[in-house]
Design a protein around this ligand. Structure first.
Ligand SMILES: *Cc1c(COP(=O)(O)O)cnc(C)c1O
Length: 384
């Protein structure tokens, strides 16, 4: 089976993990800050806070921005559930902004219209979470301008997009956002097995996220309510969690970061090869916006909804591990029970009826790419 995504682990990665296992620290040692520094340097951003997953990263990002009961957080309906769940964890409500038919990312025009409506009824969002679907940045300049006009904060869900660029800068630089979040799950661009990371240029937000990552506990006297009782002393100043990443994971992440450029370059080659082989197939292929260079976490094709299921099954039968990213979040039973109605997002519904994610990962061979493309063309011929 050719999977839709998989990690690429080198001997250097293995050696880095083993070196950590035999060192003094399995967690809270030097590898975590070293990993954070390398990611911050790559992004050209001031601060990076690594945690045990992107789900945790989204949660502490919301906490640091003060999301709580009575607040509303908006995200895209076409995303993994974690982009929305982070608001529910904080006791806030979630709402969705429909996608653009071409980029499949949150549509800035629909966002603007929804903001104007929300302003009228006094229900503006506290935070908007744009998701860089498949690794292509959202139109962050437009969303950033709206943030200034309507006074909301922005958390970029860049889980798919480490190594991607927007307007000539790395995604994660936070030029138009308060915080950006990456995922290092094995199917993503680089991996720490499980892991995530927040970037920000705001020192106070970074410190706040560090506290929420580890129980809300500080050993810094300047953050305490009274003078320290002694060298053993710490204070819990907020209700934090244990979202720490281990040194073992960070060592793997550090080693993987040295190949980020290679991984993304290879994914771009694969995407270009698919584009070339499938451009006359009648499928809707990914549309790239001018300002963005995708990291190609996913390669999604869209086929008429009547054919989607049979094409999907045919590809699975041909040993190709296709998938669908994503089922619209408002259609999930948990969200329907909260009163959400997926019919409010017609572009998302149409996308969901047509989308198939085909394999793309750094170690995928040319032969595999050609096989996948040939099977798609063969099945389309049969089905049409
Ligand atoms: C993978 C993913 C997440 C969650 O990442 P984890 O590291 O598995 O918690 C969040 N948002 C999006 C868009 C993702 O693809």
């Amino acid at each position: 089976m050719i999977p839709y995504g998989r990690q690429d682990i080198s001997q250097d990665d293995i050696d880095a993990v083993i070196a950590t296992l035999t060192s003094d620290f399995l967690t809270q040692g030097p590898a975590v800050p070293a990993f954070e520094a390398v990611v911050a340097d790559h992004c050209g951003v001031r601060h990076a806070v690594a945690v045990n997953s992107a789900t945790s990263a989204l949660h502490i990002a919301c906490l640091a921005l003060g999301v709580g009961p009575g607040d509303v957080v908006w995200t895209s309906p076409i995303t993994f559930v974690a982009s929305a769940n982070c608001a529910l964890y904080c006791g806030a409500d979630v709402d969705f902004v429909d996608i653009d038919d071409r980029t499949w990312n949150m549509c800035p025009q629909k966002l603007a219209a929804k903001l104007e409506q929300a302003k009228g009824i006094g229900k503006l969002p506290k935070v908007v979470v744009p998701v860089h679907l498949c690794g292509q940045s959202c139109d962050m300049a437009a969303i950033g301008t709206l943030a200034k006009t309507y006074g909301f904060k922005i958390i970029e869900d860049a889980s798919h997009a480490i190594g991607a660029e927007y307007a000539g800068a790395p995604v994660g630089k936070c030029t138009h956002s308060d915080i950006a979040v990456f995922s290092f799950h094995p199917v993503k661009i680089i991996t720490t097995a499980e892991g995530g990371l927040c970037t920000t240029n705001d020192a106070a937000l970074a410190r706040s996220m560090q506290l929420f990552r580890s129980h809300g506990i500080t050993r810094d006297g300047s953050e305490m309510t009274h003078a320290s009782d002694g060298p053993w002393y710490y204070q819990q100043v907020a209700l934090g969690l244990n979202y720490r990443i281990t040194d073992i994971q960070a060592a793997l992440g550090l080693s993987q970061m040295s190949r980020l450029g290679q991984f993304v370059a290879r994914r771009r080659e694969i995407a270009a090869r698919y584009e070339d082989k499938l451009k006359d197939s009648g499928l809707q292929l990914p549309t790239l916006i001018e300002d963005a260079a995708s990291s190609w976490h996913l390669y999604v094709i869209r086929v008429q909804s009547e054919l989607r299921r049979r094409l999907f099954e045919g590809l699975r039968k041909a040993d190709i591990g296709v998938n669908v990213h994503y089922i619209p979040v408002p259609s999930q039973p948990h969200y329907r029970n909260l009163g959400h109605d997926p019919a409010l997002y017609p572009a998302a519904a149409k996308y969901y009826a047509e989308a198939i994610s085909i394999p793309v990962y750094a170690s995928m061979t040319e032969k595999d790419v050609d096989y996948v493309a040939a099977q798609i063309l063969r099945l389309l011929d049969q089905l049409r």
